[in-house]
Design a protein around this ligand. Structure first.
Ligand code: FAD
Length: 434
């Protein structure tokens, strides 16, 4: 059944599984005010965390989103929380020197702490847990590389990681498809839909005015700040925060030229018997692997389903087409799931960058934070908060990601023509194990 179009369950939905417990808000018909101290564009984790800071600092704050608040990646992701920084210490040190490399990795750790502190302080009911990650090696060479990374710890950012050899792997995961792997015990998980819904409530109760179904079509500088033209009218704003990540468009061409929008795809399976789940997923850990085109997966918070994500097509595609391909990969890892069907299949657009790092900054009262490279559950809220605090002038420093230049490439306008060839090369490298 896996890989064929019969693999959808009768109630199949081409929509995020998370929307079952946390449906998208309908248009609340909130009128758009004529002015605000701060207008935030985008009501995902970045925008809402930024708005929370500006509203709490007493600034009149309006958040607008072209769709329902949370329509973007913030209610579509896998709910896996890591330190988010992809390049290793040695790569960062070579690029930026030791001081900035250390500061960058510390920001990654701070983002992990930030989400844990936030859900605890605000008492958010979002199935948050520090469950740890098992990162599987898809070749023996990758296992050796992981083992070297595990050894080469840099004082100041201990991950507490340990290696699990292939013969002990089934204590972590019911598959022999990996050559062992590494456990990262500090990584966490949550239900992204519930987290976003809780964040929305907290931002509203702090006084932020959140207006959904309100697309910003034009942004002009004026002597007093900005004129923001939207599908629901025009506003004056003293400051603007751009929080559009993978959905960044021609409205902000400077940012658009610096992010690479890429679709990421996920399926949820129908319910799986408890004994099978316990055999295949003996822990609640989140899972990923060493492939360039990484598969990321986990049990659902109620441990009844598997949520399995990755990139299975050269070009962007329909979730009805990506679903069967993802299921085929899931079954390759766990052959006993050959008869299982898909209940939900969906996609969202993440933002990669040319240096695989996230960035934030300010240009004369226009702020931005974006480019999370597919790892923004912790980092988007953390950088959103940082940007919000600087916009509210309660903090001066945007941190390491404000100090690293946000690069583009000649002739790149925001449309990644190179995506298909890049995915093909990565796929080949993954098959060859390099
Ligand atoms: C399938 C998938 C799985 C993922 N899994 C993980 C994971 O497990 N762990 C992890 O750390 N990260 C994951 N991510 C990435 C993570 O979800 C994102 O990095 C994070 O949600 C980004 O949040 P954001 O607020 O910056 O952007 P978004 O949540 O994408 O919000 C941007 C918003 O901007 C709005 N917008 C754009 N232009 C305009 C305009 N002109 N006017 C008004 N509004 C506008 C959009 O409508 C959108 O709602 C995943 C992403 C996807 C798609």
């Amino acid at each position: 059944m896996a890989g064929s179009s019969d693999c959808f369950s009768p109630g199949f939905k081409p929509a995020p599984y998370w929307w079952e417990a946390s449906p998208q808000e309908p248009d609340r018909q909130t009128p758009l005010p004529s002015s605000a101290d701060v207008v935030v564009i985008g009501a995902g984790y970045t925008g809402l965390h930024a708005a929370l800071q500006t509203a709490r600092a007493g600034l009149d704050t309006v958040v607008v989103d072209a769709e329902a608040a949370g329509f973007g990646c913030s209610t579509r992701n896998g709910g896996q929380i890591s330190t988010s920084v992809k390049p290793s210490f040695s790569v960062l040190k070579r690029r930026y020197g030791e001081d900035l490399a250390v500061r960058t990795l510390k920001e990654g750790q701070a983002s992990l702490d930030h989400v844990a502190d936030f859900v605890t302080t605000e008492k958010l009911d979002c199935d948050f847990g520090v469950v740890g990650r098992f990162h599987g090696a898809h070749t023996s060479g990758q296992y050796d590389k992981l083992a070297r990374d595990c050894e080469a710890r840099h004082p100041g950012f201990e991950t507490g990681a340990w290696m699990v050899s292939r013969d002990r792997q089934r204590t972590e995961l019911g598959t022999d498809a990996y050559h062992g792997g590494m456990v990262l015990p500090r990584h966490a998980s949550l239900d992204p839909g519930k987290y976003h819904a809780g964040l929305l409530r907290v931002a509203r109760s702090a006084g932020a005015n959140i207006v959904g179904f309100c697309q910003v079509n034009d942004l002009k500088r004026t002597p007093q700040g900005f004129e923001v033209s939207t599908s629901k009218g025009t506003m004056r704003a003293g400051k603007v925060i751009v929080a559009t990540n993978g959905y960044t468009g021609p409205l902000t061409p400077w940012q658009q030229r610096r992010v690479i929008p890429i679709g990421s795809y996920v399926i949820a399976t129908e319910e799986i018997p408890a004994d099978t789940m316990n055999r295949l997923f003996p822990t609640d850990r989140i899972l990923s692997d060493t492939r360039k085109l990484v598969y990321y997966y986990r049990p659902s918070p109620d441990r009844k389903r598997i949520l399995f994500g990755g990139r299975v097509s050269l070009q962007e595609t329909d979730p009805r087409k990506s679903g069967p391909k993802l299921l085929a990969e899931l079954v390759r890892l766990f052959p006993e799931l050959a008869e299982i069907r898909i209940s939900h299949s969906w996609a969202g657009i993440v933002a990669f960058t040319f240096d695989t790092l996230m960035h934030c900054g300010e240009d004369n009262n226009l702020f931005y934070a974006m480019g999370y490279c597919g790892s923004g559950v912790g980092m988007a809220g953390y950088l959103g908060s940082r940007v919000g605090k600087v916009a509210a002038r309660v903090d001066k420093d945007l941190g390491a990601f404000g100090d690293i230049p946000f690069q583009t490439r000649p002739f790149y306008s925001g449309k990644p023509w190179f995506l298909g060839p890049s995915v093909a090369v990565y796929r080949l490298r993954d098959r060859l194990g390099i």
